[in-house]
Design a protein around this ligand. Structure first.
Ligand code: SAH
Ligand code: SF4
Ligand code: F3S
Length: 493
């Protein structure tokens, strides 16, 4: 598989290049990508080439992490060099998230820090990802700070947009590059991401979302759902294995709706899990409304597919699920959990919950509380509802639960979930589990860190357990908290 940059023929049907140069202090009509296809800037006095250094920060979900790997690949093919040091960078890019208000705020905080740097030295600032669409409307407010905006389907244009902005800056002009068209076809199928993790490799098997859950901005920021070709995915999985990665995580906003020719998701995940050298395959997220039995059978029976399912519930009230446009009822969700557990009782389930959605009454919240108590997820991401521009909920349902009530509900659920997670994790005491080593623990380099098959964090003392990233160890669990299992070598037989 080859990866191509801007010189490639665009994918059929991809939205046309829309490198709009918006008027700033003065307009810019400088040379375009076609005349100068490389970002290496000739240093006229010494005849050497000075690469342009780029710093990239990523916010948001795994899909954005993956997209940042694509961005690095596309930019590197065009001569840009990435640096982890912001101070060295000629270009600072932010790959942004728009899912909740606090994600927005993080971006604005970061932008105001960049404003200070930009006052002191030449700097090109680019905003990528899910907030680029929203920022388009606010461009007048963020001028002259942001030079380039590129949405999730426009990364092939990024090298050209950045180069144009750099040239404009050199000439003392102000040029804005804007590429925020959403595509019905772009899957970056021919771009090999610049992966740096070494153990886990993400593959986006699809992009966009057509579900239009009423609270969610993703269908507006990432556009229509489209699946990437199955053969390309499997070929890439072989290449990933050859590079020494041990785990692949397949990504999509609803992997259950993956379709490409006669491939569905159950067939695809089995094919990926069959790739020699890949020890573990994970996926996120399946939608509870259309969880197919063949997928469940694959999870249950394939030795390389992890026994772990993230099953976003959102609410335990049928009335609220209806308003959210989730497409399932509580009894259907419960039946799905029962079916999963009847086939394999050791499957680890996790979920997402939103507290304080528009119109959520005390009794709706109590129903959520009871369902969490009943299902006993191993882990749950619990969010306060945050109204998002453009969404169905923002247009139709007033955000009428007070901040204080949202906070109280989140806190109660959080406390409940912590108690459940603690009890769940203590069920592993004295068990011996396979653990895939990821690296050092966050808190101390004297401790190693990895994940159980069920995706629970496992920590050990490196002196007692020699390990290296990518190793699959068999470890005995001797202690457990609500978030972590503590392990050591099992006693000799
Ligand atoms: N496609 C995934 C969800 C991606 S967003 C899925 O459906 O499983 C991850 C989570 O963010 C969602 O499951 C939801 O719980 C939360 N979320 C999305 N929009 C939100 C909003 N407006 N306010 C609060 N939480 C939200
Ligand atoms: Fe958002 Fe729903 Fe799509 Fe998930 S399935 S990304 S929650 S619209
Ligand atoms: Fe992900 Fe945030 Fe976009 S959760 S899909 S980066 S809005």
């Amino acid at each position: 598989m080859s990866s191509t940059g801007l010189q490639s023929t665009p994918t059929p049907g991809t939205a046309p290049v829309s490198a709009l140069l918006l008027p700033g202090r003065s307009s810019y009509n400088g040379p375009t990508m076609t005349t100068h296809p490389n970002a290496i800037q000739a240093n006229a006095t010494q005849g050497t080439a000075t690469p342009t250094h780029v710093h990239l920060e990523t916010f948001g979900c795994q899909m954005n992490e993956y997209d940042s790997e694509l961005v690095r690949a596309l930019m590197q093919q065009n001569g840009f060099v990435f640096t982890s040091e912001q101070e060295r960078a000629d270009v600072i890019l932010m790959n942004t998230c728009a899912i909740r208000e606090n994600a927005h705020n993080k971006v604005y905080t970061h932008l105001s820090e960049l404003k200070k740097i930009k006052r002191q030295r030449p700097l090109v600032v680019g905003v990528l990802g899910c907030m680029a669409q929203n920022l388009k409307d606010e461009l007048t407010e963020i001028q002259p700070l942001v030079d380039v905006l590129a949405g999730p389907d426009s990364y092939r244009q990024l090298p050209m947009l950045i180069r144009t902005a750099l040239r404009a800056q050199e000439d003392g002009l102000e040029a804005k590059g804007l590429a925020v068209d959403l595509s019905e076809y772009e899957t970056y199928h021919d771009v090999v991401p610049d992966r740096r993790d070494g153990v886990n490799a993400w593959i986006a098997i699809m992009r966009g979302c057509d579900n239009f859950c009423s609270f969610c901005v993703v269908p507006y920021t990432r556009g229509r759902e489209r699946s990437r070709d199955a053969e390309g995915i499997i070929l890439e999985a072989h290449q990933i294995a050859a590079q020494g990665f041990k785990q692949i995580t397949l990504l999509g906003q609803n992997v259950n709706s993956y379709r490409f020719d006669d491939w569905d998701f159950a067939r695809l995940i089995r094919a990926v899990a069959d790739v020699p050298g890949i020890e573990r395959v994970r996926f996120t997220s399946p939608h509870p409304k259309d969880f197919p039995l063949p997928l469940l059978e694959a999870v249950v029976s394939h030795p390389h597919i992890c026994k772990q399912i993230h099953l976003p519930l959102q609410s335990g009230s049928d009335r609220i699920l209806g308003l959210m446009n989730r497409g399932y009822t509580i009894s259907e969700y419960r039946a799905l959990v029962d079916r999963i557990r009847s086939l394999r009782s050791d499957i680890v389930l996790s979920t997402d919950i939103i507290c304080g959605f528009a119109g959520e009454r005390d009794e709706d919240f109590e129903a959520t509380y009871r369902l969490i108590e009943e299902v006993r997820f191993h882990s749950a991401f619990i969010f306060k509802y945050s109204e998002r521009k453009h969404t169905i909920a923002a247009r139709k349902f007033p955000d009428d639960v007070s901040e204080a009530v949202k906070t109280a509900r989140v806190t109660r659920l959080f406390d409940l979930q912590r108690t459940i997670a603690y009890a769940r994790n203590r069920e592993y005491l004295h068990a011996t589990l396979p653990v895939l080593v990821e690296g050092d623990a966050k808190r101390s380099a004297a401790q190693g860190m990895g994940k159980s098959d069920g995706n629970i964090t496992v920590i050990w003392d490196k002196q007692a357990v020699p390990s290296h990233p990518g190793a699959l160890l068999s470890l005995a669990i001797y202690d457990a908290s609500s978030t972590t299992l503590y392990a050591t070598l099992p006693p000799a037989p």
